[in-house]
Design a protein around this ligand. Structure first.
Ligand code: GDP
Ligand code: MG
Length: 440
């Protein structure tokens, strides 16, 4: 697939902003990749619509094609939608805290119950009790007991003839008496979603009041993923998703579908049958897998990095000479935005504590950086090189052009003056700042 995409994309090798045609052409391939990865169709549609809006007009990085640029935008949007940070299981509640596992039969609930219990025991040092509420399959409770013996985790003793709700009640009482931190409630599934299953889950939920309700789903779940996730979420209310069988050849499109319709995070992924085959969910890795175009993404990232390095090197050279005009400031601000905002950067530089404090006082965040860049962009090239030209009438024009107050323009100019002074001093000294900027 990457080859096919590459072929089409190579035809379009020019720089500039992405046009409607570039985006449409690349998105056709992206759509196919998403469908091959089992992403549900309505999600494919809403996702590509979102990407289209974001991509058109976006600048193409030097040395990549427009199509490659679109793939990178798609990837970033995927990561964003999948949830940018790995979200752990929330253990922030008084003990004993219940974690309820729900899902269809064969999705991997019982296996994942033991995996999570093992992880909470060994990594989080919690005392965990596992209980099977699966009274439907005769061997189900036995299966969990065996897993408990294998992993060394306690299971609730099996008592015949109890309902799931009764077992849940007994598990919570046993946990309270036994000083357990966490109770894992493994429930029974069905081959398909039905009212009886939902009613049973809702009943268990209201009696055990679990802190987490994790929907366990096979990563090969295709178009059903939306219905599955919506039903469980609407009827029972899930707090997260566990995606199993990621060791197979499933591309994991279900992760995107389920996340998109419920907004609930994928917290963990199962990568094998063994009790330690459980991993944190990494949105970027799954995005690569769903898209199947990881090579293109890293290519574009590399190209962007090279350009940043070129720019930094140029700027460092200027600073060594003590030159720092508003054009440089704008460039610097853009870099800072990329690297986590002003305070992040200033924190990396020694000897700039005072300015840093002032900036914190001025509450410089990403939005502020964008505004400052806009102010500079409203100036003429001449003004950027010679800020001294900026008298009252020009300031008014610039403020109007960038939608800010004249006071904001003044603030920016003051900041520039301070930074320019600092650059001059340091540039004449050991060139420390220049070196630091060069290394950025
Ligand atoms: P349940 O009906 O939802 O409780 O499903 P089980 O936990 O009993 O799992 C059904 C089957 O799937 C078992 O044979 C498990 O070993 C297997 N299984 C569960 N999770 C994974 C996984 O992440 N990878 C692989 N390869 N197999 C898994
Ligand atoms: Mg089971």
């Amino acid at each position: 697939l990457s080859d096919r995409l590459g072929g089409i994309l190579d035809k379009l090798t020019r720089r500039g902003a992405l046009t409607d045609a570039d985006v449409s052409e690349a998105l056709r391939e992206v759509r196919r990749a998403l469908i091959e990865a089992d992403v549900a169709l309505p999600v494919v549609k809403s996702f590509t619509d979102k990407v289209r809006q974001r991509a058109i007009g976006h600048e193409v990085v030097k040395s990549v094609t427009p199509g490659q640029q679109v793939v990178k935008i798609v990837h970033d949007q995927l990561v964003e939608m999948l949830g940018s940070d790995a979200e752990p299981i929330d253990l922030n509640a008084p003990a004993p805290l219940a974690i309820m596992m729900v899902g269809l039969q064969g999705s991997g609930k019982t296996t994942s119950t033991a995996k999570i219990a093992l992880r909470l025991t060994s990594q989080e040092k919690r005392k965990v009790l596992m209980a099977s509420l699966d009274t439907r399959r005769p061997a189900a409770q036995e299966q969990l007991k065996v897993l408990g013996e294998q992993t060394g985790i306690d299971t609730l003793p099996i008592v015949a003839g109890q309902t799931p709700v009764q077992i849940a009640g007994r598990a919570m009482t046993a946990a309270r008496l036994g000083g357990y931190d966490v109770v894992m409630l493994d429930t029974a599934g069905r081959t398909h979603i039905d009212e009886a299953l939902m009613a049973e889950m809702a009943e268990i939920k209201s009696s055990a009041e679990p802190h987490e309700i994790l929907l366990v789903a096979d990563s090969l779940t295709g178009q059903d993923a939306v219905n599955l996730a919506t039903s469980f979420d609407e009827r029972v209310g899930i707090t997260g998703i566990v995606l199993t069988r990621m060791d197979g050849d499933g591309r994991g499109g279900a992760a995107l579908s389920m996340r998109a319709v419920t907004g609930k995070p994928v917290k963990l992924i199962g990568t094998g049958e063994k009790s330690d085959a459980l991993e944190d969910f990494h949105p970027s890795r799954i995005a690569d897998r769903i898209l199947g175009m990881g090579d293109i993404v890293s290519l574009v990232e590399k190209a962007a990095r090279e350009i940043d390095q070129e720019k930094s090197a140029k700027m460092a050279a200027r600073m060594q000479k003590g030159v720092f005009d508003l054009e440089d400031l704008a460039e610097q601000l853009k870099q800072m935005e990329k690297l986590g905002g002003m305070s992040g950067i200033m924190g990396m530089m020694p000897g700039v504590g005072k300015i840093k404090k002032q900036m914190e006082g001025a509450n410089i965040d990403d939005r502020m950086i964008k505004r400052q860049v806009a102010i500079i962009q409203s100036m003429t090239p001449q003004e950027r090189r010679k800020p001294d030209l900026l008298k009252a009438s020009r300031k008014k024009r610039i403020a109007a052009g960038s939608g800010v107050a004249v006071a904001d323009v003044n603030k920016l100019l003051k900041m520039h003056r301070q930074m320019a002074d600092m650059m001059k001093k340091m540039g004449k000294g050991k060139g420390l700042l220049g070196k630091m900027m060069g290394g950025m």
